[in-house]
Design a protein around this ligand. Structure first.
Ligand SMILES: NC(=O)c1ccc[n+]([C@@H]2O[C@H](COP(=O)([O-])OP(=O)(O)OC[C@H]3O[C@@H](n4cnc5c(N)ncnc54)[C@H](O)[C@@H]3O)[C@@H](O)[C@H]2O)c1
Length: 310
């Protein structure tokens, strides 16, 4: 299978609409299902936004693709060959939803989950046919980050992984195949970075504004062109050995969540979604920041697509 002719996205919150946009622009007839009618209404607006951004990016749109929003799971799954589960990150809920999906779809359909890190093998417990179940971890925003982690569970069949990788490449993304590990690869790395950042701010070594400048230019800019493994070669392995010899033991290795984050969360300061978190947002500022982030991602992706991959 390359692009499935009929695909279903189950759960249309933050991730669902962008996933639907990518699949539809590659030519699939996509059905988006959610238990909440309000979520489906928001998803329609989210889809328009994703398509506007993809148009700005100059991304292709194959004839024949479409997106339908449905509140009937049976209709959403009828004849579907490829299902992406994107309901909230709660194991019991996901297991229930997977059982509903399995009860309806054809035995040949691939069932993928966008879980951020629940082990695929754990999610597959109780499935009738875990061999066709696989992790497909999109990065947010899914219509802009052209990389997907592909994670087999213990029982996932090899050919399902092959088919999913072919689908990912067919819609123009990179597939990263990995073995199952808690958090998967992307989040393990991101959370290691976040833990050190929060520790440096907590200890008063650097302000959060200065830290963001340091990471964006000193690390992010460089890593968007050369990955960390190649960067090691570029820096010199002997240099890394010398520095890590005295530095690794100094790095934060706390097992618990940063106190700063726990305090703000307890106060209801959840970030942009509540109008304030680590930073304050005045009237209209959240929308402006979100728009600036999307514009930055579009500009960076355009620029990066014109350079040779190293
Ligand atoms: N948000 C991110 O940055 C991000 C990134 C990568 C992966 N993920 C993963 O993707 C999945 C979805 O995340 P999200 O951020 O889009 O969540 P979300 O909470 O924004 O959306 C989930 C949607 O699922 C719907 N839903 C709940 N129960 C349902 C059911 N029984 N059947 C159908 N729909 C149901 C909800 O109404 C909601 O619209 C999670 O597993 C999450 O960990 C999220």
């Amino acid at each position: 299978m390359s692009i499935p002719s009929i695909a279903t996205v189950v759960g249309s919150g933050i991730m669902g609409p962008g996933i639907a946009a990518v699949l539809a622009r590659a030519g699939a007839s996509v059905r988006v299902y959610d238990i909440s009618t309000e979520a489906l209404e928001r998803a329609a607006a989210g889809l328009n936004l994703a398509n506007t951004v993809l148009d700005q990016l100059g991304s292709d749109s194959v004839e024949g693709g479409s997106v339908e929003f449905l509140s009937d799971l049976g209709a959403a799954l009828a004849d579907s060959q490829f299902i992406v589960e994107a309901v909230p990150e709660k194991l019991e809920l996901k297991k229930r939803v997977l059982a509903e999906i399995e009860a309806t779809v054809a035995p040949t359909a691939i069932i993928a989950t966008n879980t951020s890190g629940i082990p695929i093998t754990t999610m597959a417990e109780g499935m009738l046919e875990p061999g066709r179940f696989i992790g497909m971890h999109w990065s947010n925003p899914p219509h802009l980050i052209p990389m997907i982690e592909v994670i087999k569970g213990e029982q996932t069949r090899d050919e399902i992984q092959d088919e999913l990788v072919a689908i990912v490449y067919a819609f123009g993304y990179e597939a990263v195949i990995e073995r199952e590990t808690p958090g998967f690869v992307e989040n393990r790395i991101l959370y290691a970075i976040m833990r050190e950042c929060l520790a440096l701010v907590d200890e008063g070594i650097v302000t959060q504004e200065a830290l963001d400048v340091c990471v964006k230019w000193g690390i992010g800019y460089k890593l968007s062109v050369v990955g960390p493994m190649r960067l090691l070669d570029m820096a010199g392995l002997d240099t890394y050995e010398n520095v890590s010899g005295y530095l690794n033991s100094e790095l934060d290795n706390s097992q618990s969540t940063s106190e700063l984050i726990s305090r703000l969360t307890a106060e209801g300061r959840l970030g942009m979604k509540s109008g304030g978190g680590l930073f304050e947002y005045g009237e209209g500022e959240v929308a402006a920041k979100r728009a600036a982030i999307v514009q930055g991602l579009v500009a960076a992706r355009k620029a990066l697509s014109s350079v040779e991959s190293v």
